[in-house]
Design a protein around this ligand. Structure first.
Ligand code: GDP
Ligand code: MN
Length: 386
């Protein structure tokens, strides 16, 4: 799960990381008031969307009066902002962040992430801040500093100084940086984060090290331990189908193909996607309805699949272990009637109560292409769209 920049800064600030003072605003009036509340000659107004590249796209501006803040907020709010990370449709700006301006001398990059290969959290740093870090890594890999954090030692003074020197920090900035890195690491562990990215981390003209931008992502599986963070989920920023699926406790991931797949069990779902690809088509999604799904869950899953206009055919591949095939069939029939099914539907099922299940489908009058086995199902669904 991702959160907005201002929320990440609030969390990091609580852990002692140096972040500029600021206030979110949902209306132009609130933006003007936030400017006044800062009580400084200048402030930065930043569009809050779950995407980077806002600076280049005109979503970040340095302003010197409350009127300017109001005007700029009015320009951003309620409209989509298109950045290189949003796709051509952009993302609607629903809030801006009004923040005290920093006098920037240098822009650096700092990130913390779960490094699966190292089985630990790693620090990524670079002197090339404010830019697309993927591009830096591709073109000038020597400018990327990577250090793995020993989970038993945490951020030692040694490790912190090593990264600080790599970033060309001097004098007081070195200790400040070590403290900052330790704060980020503590925030990372205590919130079950999967990513913290500060791009740019800046050195100000008066020599302070400050987090000028902040991105945080969290491990969904850890969110139950952090109800306060879970509250920060912004449904507007997420795929509506994925949000709907989460409500029914379905594992759903949107993909780019046109075969909607409904499967029970993650392993079978992966195998189904593989076999669809093997026969020459692309799955539109990964969807695991789970082992003990009831008819309601099945019909929700079916509705979600068909809400994707790119889905040209549906493949249901179910092994009835705990789940019974008759329950599945009831759910499918219910949903197919509700949505007025208009694309070919291929069903392969096997296992508990399979005969009853097949009978229910047959009696329903819904046009179902019955498949004998997985390969047959994949072949038939590919055939159905060609
Ligand atoms: P992003 O483009 O979405 O990653 O948004 P950022 O928060 O990184 O802002 C983009 C750029 O705006 C930064 O790289 C800075 O160059 C600039 N910027 C943001 N805040 C300030 C500020 O307070 N002072 C100055 N001088 N520049 C800023
Ligand atoms: Mn940035």
């Amino acid at each position: 799960m991702n959160i907005h920049e201002f929320q990440a800064k609030q969390i990091l600030g609580r852990f002692g990381a140096p972040v500029p003072k600021g206030q979110p605003a949902a209306t132009p009036e609130e933006a003007a008031a936030a400017f006044k509340a800062l009580g400084q000659p200048r402030a930065v107004v930043k569009a809050q969307i779950h995407a980077g590249g806002r600076g280049k796209a005109g979503g970040v501006k340095l302003l010197s009066s409350a009127d300017e803040a109001r005007e700029f907020a009015a320009k951003l709010l309620g409209k989509p902002l298109v950045t290189h990370q949003t796709g051509p449709q952009g993302r609607v700006v629903r809030r801006v962040y009004v923040e005290e301006a920093s006098n920037v001398a240098r822009e650096l990059y700092l990130g913390l992430l779960v490094d699966r290969k190292a089985q630990a959290v790693s620090v990524i740093a670079s002197t090339e801040g404010g830019m697309d870090i993927e591009e830096v890594a591709a073109k000038t890999p020597e400018k990327i500093i990577t250090e793995t954090i020993d989970p038993l030692l945490g951020i030692s003074g040694f490790l912190g100084r090593k990264v600080a020197f790599g970033l060309g920090l001097k004098d007081k900035q070195v200790n400040q940086f070590v403290g900052l890195l330790a704060s980020l690491y503590r925030a990372f562990l205590e919130t079950d984060a999967s990513l913290i990215e500060i791009n740019p981390l800046v050195v100000t003209a008066d020599g302070r090290v400050v987090c000028l931008d902040a991105k945080m992502s969290f491990d969904d599986n850890g969110l139950f331990r952090h109800p306060d963070i879970r509250e920060l989920r912004d449904a507007n920023e997420e795929d509506p189908a994925e949000t709907e699926a989460a409500k029914y406790d379905l594992s759903y991931i949107h993909l780019d193909g046109n075969i909607g797949c409904m499967v029970n069990g993650a392993g079978l779902a992966m195998a189904t996607m593989d076999i669809v690809k093997y026969y020459g088509a692309e799955p539109a999604n990964f969807l695991d309805v789970g082992g003990g799904a009831n008819a309601e869950k099945v019909s929700a899953a079916f509705r979600i699949l068909l809400s994707d206009p790119r889905v040209k055919a549906v493949l249901i591949n179910i092994f009835g272990g705990i789940m019974r095939c008759d329950v599945l069939a009831e759910g499918v029939v219910k949903a197919a009637r509700e949505v007025n099914l208009s694309v070919p539907l291929v069903v392969r099922m096997e296992g508990t109560n399979v005969e009853q299940g097949k009978q229910i489908l047959k009696d329903s009058g819904i046009k179902v292409i019955a498949a004998a086995d997985m390969a047959d199902a994949a072949r038939r669904v590919v055939e159905a769209i060609s």
